[in-house]
Design a protein around this ligand. Structure first.
Ligand SMILES: Nc1ncnc2c1ncn2[C@@H]1O[C@H](COP(=O)(O)OP(=O)(O)OP(=O)(O)O)[C@@H](O)[C@H]1O
Ligand SMILES: [Mg+2]
Length: 288
């Protein structure tokens, strides 16, 4: 795997020793690399890092939004990022996805065998092209990767996974909000990203659709083994879905919590409630 340092000024971190999975990925043609995208079984293994923040800060004028963040995320991990509004969650995702640059620090992201961009982002709004049919909207995710019949085939396959294969030839305007978000998820996943950044993707959905989408996201993540970085305001959602939750407060990581519970997890179980309590204490504890 090629390790790309996004901050050219800073000295890049020394690449970790290559694992068997990483070598298999490097030696596999891009069209076939997918099964090697993450180590199996999915355990923390610092030799296989999806991305790494080292002393990352982001300032806007005098205001320090992210302050010297260190964060290593192993390939295949599902991490949730929680924090009060304005604490810098979206800024962190923008840095991760290359939409913004840090003021200081080094960010390394594992890329594809040819150094291609294998990071995708999904937002609260689906951002579909209104003049393109559903299958075409999904094909946008393959720009520069596949076109023509190959792109169509991949688009239909991922639409099938999100349960919308029969809507491929319809316009976005005739879908419900939840269905549009499923199209956005399909577009984000069609190129089989290593890293999927999700910025409150379920925030605008009603409670039942939201739970359905959580199940869908979890099952596709289990199947495809990408690294998921989910920004959410919903503490219950974070502990239900993530392997690990980080809480950002005053520009720093105030809590880095493992969620070592088996899946599928049951909403409202005592174990989840205990972990939720820990996160809420960090956010709203006595000193807040
Ligand atoms: N381009 C920018 N220029 C100036 N300030 C910015 C810029 N982008 C973000 N900020 C500031 O950085 C802070 C963090 O913003 P960010 O969008 O990361 O917060 P957030 O945690 O995602 O909040 P929310 O939960 O409301 O989405 C805010 O105070 C915001 O005003
Ligand atoms: Mg935000």
């Amino acid at each position: 795997m090629a390790v790309i340092a996004l901050d050219q000024k800073a000295k890049p971190a020394r690449p970790a020793k290559e694992t068997a999975e990483a070598r298999a990925l490097r030696e596999t043609p891009p069209g076939q690399w997918f099964p090697y995208a993450a180590p199996q079984p999915r355990e923390r293994d610092n030799r296989d890092i999806a991305f790494s923040f080292r002393g990352i800060s982001r300032k806007f004028g005098d205001k320090t939004v992210l302050d010297n963040i260190d964060l290593d995320v192993p390939a295949g991990q599902f991490i949730a990022v929680i924090g009060k509004s304005g604490c810098g969650k979206s800024t962190l995702l923008r840095l991760l996805t290359g939409l913004d640059k840090p003021t200081s620090g080094t960010l390394t992201v594992n890329k594809g065998a040819q150094g291609e961009n294998r990071t995708r982002i999904m937002f609260q709004e689906p951002r579909l092209l209104p003049w393109a049919k559903i299958a075409k909207n999904v094909e946008v995710g393959l720009t520069g990767i596949a076109k023509g019949a190959e792109a169509r085939e991949k688009s239909l396959a991922i639409l099938n996974e999100v349960g919308l294969a029969d809507r491929a030839e319809e316009w976005p305007s005739v879908l419900s909000g939840g269905q549009r978000q499923r199209v956005a998820l399909a577009r984000a996943l069609v190129a089989h990203p290593y890293i999927l950044a999700l910025d409150e993707p379920l925030g605008a959905l009603d409670a039942l659709t939201r739970i359905e989408m959580q199940h869908l996201l979890e099952s596709i993540w289990q199947q495809q083994t990408f690294t998921a970085v989910l920004v959410t305001h919903d503490v219950a959602e974070a502990v239900a879905l993530a392997d690990r939750v980080i809480v950002i407060d005053h520009g720093r990581i105030a809590l880095d919590l493992d969620i070592p519970l088996e899946r599928p997890r049951r909403h409202g179980s005592p174990d989840l409630a205990r972990l939720e309590g820990k996160i809420l204490d960090t956010l709203f504890g006595e000193n807040k």
